[in-house]
Design a binder for this molecule. Structure first.
Ligand code: BG6
Length: 450
């Protein structure tokens, strides 16, 4: 069967930085597909290739990459697309069309309608299969997500719809489930009898001015919290699924999300120079800190503190699970440290278990020591990139790494107070942590795991 990926947003940031490199690696692995990139920026294929494809990359992708100058505002666009598709299909007997939308959510409705029109006009004497892939954020809020979904479902069955959150393609996410469900020693301490609190820290050093057109309408809540952060929380707190199939995992994830109330305890800010490159002041949040809890029997009462955002001093992505400390009291020693599991995603993928062991030449004095797993040292540097895993699953029609619509709806419900918030945002100088993050820690008497 011949597969053709029709890349909406084919000249955008995501396609350039993540998708084309992932396609190149999959072609090198032996997958067989062609890509038709749609965009307005370049007049023809040679201009497009010169600008988008790194010369050092193999020819594998270049040979498979076609370009169509596509203006979504042009009423004849769907006809132009269907004509090109017909010529790409040629004499093949069985063809799969994979429409990949890497677009602003505001363009989804138009894009889906155009796909329906183009699709209906593709006449060929072959068996046609189709799939549609939509990037996060899926919608702007709960209402628009539901509306987009209705439109999608008029043209595609749920099996044909892939809603992407690339975090599910990351090795650390998949490892969270294996670590929790393939280890009895972890399983038996992973609940509110043993865990005191959880921190999720996702600090990034880059800003968003390069993609302000996208980000100014999106902000940190839609960009990473509604999707990546909510998915991490489900993987950290879901019950064991009946099997590791996509359906069974989705059932457990939905239960977690339904047990989270809309977030009321939050603060947001934006970095001082946001918009300066374009000569305007943009009041879109680029950083947030918040607290929530998962109100299930096993996790109720564990505060989950999250802080995430842009233009920080250090790139740091980690999950810090702190355990209760009863030994201090029982051993009459206030200096005994808490045990912890620390999953670090950036700069390196590591998992540490922090325990107390005797410090030599001391009378019964302990010192926290870390038992470390390092992904690259143990398994080599050949862990596939998230997008490679995501696109591979799409090609294989395997939905195990994609959030279901129910999860997406629940996640929008949870973040809705943050979306509706009208309070002035803290303006933080670049490379500094907004003050509200430190205030939250002082107020709740915890220390960010810095
Ligand atoms: C993307 C967001 O989805 O995820 C970006 O749009 C963010 O703002 C990125 O930087 C983080 O992903 P990763 O794979 O670099 O951790």
């Amino acid at each position: 069967m011949k597969s053709i990926i029709i890349q909406f947003g084919g000249t955008g940031d995501l396609a350039l930085k993540k998708l084309y490199p992932a396609y190149a690696r999959l072609l090198e692995k032996g997958y067989d597909f062609n890509v038709l990139a749609l965009g307005r920026r370049y007049a023809d294929r040679s201009e497009f290739i010169k600008a988008m494809i790194n010369k050092d990359e193999s020819n594998t992708i270049t040979n498979r990459l076609d370009y169509l100058m596509y203006d979504m505002e042009d009423p004849s666009a769907p006809n132009i697309l269907s004509e090109r598709l017909c010529s790409l299909i040629g004499e093949h007997n069985e063809v799969e069309l994979i429409y990949y939308l890497a677009l602003q959510p505001s363009l989804y409705e138009d894009a889906i309608r155009q796909i329906q029109q183009a699709d209906a006009a593709v006449g060929c004497n072959c068996t046609l299969h189709k799939k549609i892939v939509v990037e996060k954020p899926f919608g702007f809020d709960l209402e628009s997500a539901q509306r987009y979904n209705q439109i999608l479902e008029t043209a595609f069955t749920d099996k044909e719809i892939f809603r992407v959150d690339h975090y599910l393609g990351k090795e650390f996410m998949q490892n969270l489930l294996v670590m929790r469900f393939h280890n009895d020693i972890i399983r038996s301490i992973w609940d509110n009898r043993s865990i005191e609190s959880i921190q999720i820290i996702f600090d990034e050093t880059h800003g968003v001015d390069q993609r302000l057109g996208f980000y100014e309408r999106i902000g940190v809540v839609r960009d990473t919290i509604q999707n990546h952060i909510m998915q991490i929380i489900t993987y950290l707190t879901m019950n064991e699924p009946a099997t590791l199939s996509s359906e069974d995992i989705a059932i457990e994830k939905v239960k977690v999300l339904r047990a989270i109330s809309p977030i009321e305890d939050f603060s947001m800010g934006r970095y001082e120079s946001l918009g300066a490159l374009s000569g305007k002041v943009v009041d879109t949040p680029t950083y947030a800190a918040f607290k929530l809890s998962v109100n299930t029997y096993y996790f109720a009462g564990i505060p989950i503190y999250v802080r995430t955002g842009k233009m920080q001093k250090e790139a740091k992505s980690l999950i810090y699970v702190k355990f209760k400390n009863t030994t201090k009291k029982v051993m009459h020693d206030a200096s005994i440290h808490e045990n912890a599991v620390i999953i670090t995603i950036h700069p390196e993928l590591t998992i540490d278990i922090s325990m107390n062991l005797k410090e030599p030449n001391t009378p019964w004095k302990s010192k926290p020591v870390r038992f470390r797993f390092n992904q690259a040292e143990t398994f080599g540097a050949n862990t596939p990139e998230a997008y490679e895993q995501i696109v591979e699953k799409i090609l294989q029609s395997d939905k195990s790494l994609f959030p279901s619509m129910r999860e997406i709806k629940e996640a929008w419900r949870i973040v809705s107070p943050m979306l509706d918030d009208k309070h002035p945002k803290e303006v933080y100088p670049i490379r500094t942590l907004p003050r509200f993050a430190a205030h939250m820690a002082d107020r709740d008497k915890f220390v960010w795991f810095d």
